[in-house]
Design a protein around this ligand. Structure first.
Ligand code: GLV
Ligand code: MG
Length: 333
C-alpha cells in the first residue's frame, strides 16, 4: 500500500510525539444537556469529553454541536483536557460534527474522539478532515489529537494498523457496552462479568488494546461502568484495569471521579519508592557511586529494568501532582 500524503500515516510510535496528558478520570458529558455542560467545569476530572454520540438523541445532535462550541469557547475548562466525541463514520453525522465543532471551537479543543473505529482508514479520514480545517482556519497544524474507541470485533482485529494510522492519535479507548453487544455477550450489565463464565471475560480484549497502545506509545483507557451508584463495584473494575497498566477510565458520575483519580495514580508509598529507585540508580551508576550496573536499595537489588519500572510509576505520580516524602541519601565512604 502506498502511504497517502498525510503526515505520519502508518508511522509506528507516532504517539510519543504527542503531549502526554493525565487521563485518570475521563468524564462523559452529554452535549445536549446545558446543565451538565456547566456543571462538568467545576468537577475534578482530568479530562472531559462532550458527547455528540450515544448520549445525544438524533434530533438533539444539531443543537448539541452549537451548545458544545459555545461551552468550549466561553466555559472555564482550566486544568482539564477538552475532548469532543463525534459520531462514527457509518452515520450521516460525522463530517458535520467535526466541521461545526472544530471550525467553531478548534482553538479551545484538545482532541476529537472517534467511536466504533473499525480500520485505519477511518482514522486517516478524520486526520485529513482535521488538517483541512486547521489550514482553512489558520489553526496550528496537527495540534488537535485523536482518541480512538475500540468497540467491536473488527476494530480489535485491526487494532495494530489503527494504532499506527496517524501521529494525532493519543489513546485507544475500550468501549465495553458496544463491544458486549458486538460479541453477543450474554449480559446487560455493562462493565460487569457475564454470569456463567467463571473467569475474566474482558481480559483478552483489555490486554490486546494495551499491547497495541504500548507498541505505538499511546495511552490505554478503560470504558464506562454503568452502575453509577455502586462505587465499590467501580473501584473493583477500575482497580483491575489499573493493575494491568491502563492509564485511566471513563467516569459517568461525580462519585466515580475521586475513586478513579486515586486508583489510576500510584500510592504514596509506591511513588516515594519509585523516586528513590531513580535517585539511587542514578547515583550507583555514576562515577561517584562506582559506575555499577546493579546495586542494593534496602533489601532490593535494582538494575536498569528497575529504573524503567520506576520511571512509569514516577511519571504517573508526577502527572497526578504528587510530592515525594522521602529523599535519597548516598551511602557514606
Ligand atoms: C462506550 O462507548 C461503550 O460503548 O462502552
Ligand atoms: Mg460505545
Amino acid at each position: 500500500m502506498t502511504a497517502p500524503a498525510t503526515p505520519g500515516y502508518g508511522l509506528p510510535g507516532a504517539g510519543a510525539t504527542r503531549p502526554q496528558r493525565p487521563r485518570r478520570s475521563c468524564l462523559a458529558v452529554p452535549g445536549s444537556n446545558p446543565r451538565f455542560l456547566e456543571k462538568a467545569q467545576g468537577l475534578p476530572a482530568d479530562l472531559v469529553f462532550l458527547d455528540l454520540e450515544d448520549a445525544c438523541a438524533p434530533l438533539a445532535k444539531e443543537g448539541a454541536r452549537h451548545a458544545i462550541v459555545e461551552a468550549l469557547n466561553t466555559g472555564d475548562w482550566a486544568g482539564k483536557t477538552r475532548v469532543v466525541r463525534v459520531n462514527d463514520w457509518l452515520t450521516e453525522w460525522t463530517y458535520r460534527d467535526v466541521i461545526t465543532v472544530v471550525e467553531g471551537a478548534g482553538q479551545n479543543l484538545d482532541c476529537v474522539m472517534l467511536p466504533k473505529v473499525q480500520d485505519a482508514e477511518q482514522i486517516v479520514a478524520l486526520d485529513l478532515l482535521l488538517t483541512q480545517i486547521e489550514r482553512a482556519m489558520g489553526f496550528e497544524a496537527g495540534r488537535i489529537g485523536i482518541e480512538a474507541q475500540i468497540e467491536n470485533a473488527r476494530g480489535l482485529v485491526n487494532i495494530d494498523t489503527i494504532a499506527g494510522a496517524s501521529p494525532r492519535l493519543e489513546t485507544l479507548v475500550f468501549g465495553p457496552a458496544d463491544f458486549m453487544a458486538s460479541l453477543n455477550m450474554k449480559t446487560l450489565v455493562v462493565g460487569e462479568q457475564p454470569p456463567g463464565y467463571g473467569a475474566d471475560a474482558y481480559h483478552y480484549i483489555l490486554m490486546r488494546i494495551l499491547m497495541a497502545a504500548r507498541t505505538h506509545d499511546l495511552q490505554a483507557i478503560d470504558g464506562p461502568y454503568l452502575q453509577i451508584r455502586d462505587v465499590d463495584g467501580f473501584r473493583e473494575v477500575a482497580g483491575r484495569a489499573a493493575a494491568l497498566g491502563y492509564d485511566g477510565k471513563w467516569v459517568l458520575h461525580p462519585g466515580q471521579i475521586e475513586a478513579s483519580n486515586e486508583i489510576f495514580a500510584p500510592s504514596q508509598a509506591d511513588y516515594d519508592r519509585a523516586e528513590l529507585i531513580l535517585d539511587a540508580y542514578a547515583w550507583h551508576t555514576s562515577a561517584a557511586g562506582g559506575a555499577k550496573g546493579s546495586a542494593m536499595l534496602g533489601d532490593e537489588m535494582i538494575d536498569e529494568a528497575s529504573r524503567k519500572m520506576a520511571l512509569v510509576i514516577s511519571g504517573k505520580g508526577r502527572a497526578a501532582g504528587m510530592r515525594r516524602t522521602t529523599r535519597f541519601e548516598a551511602p557514606e565512604g
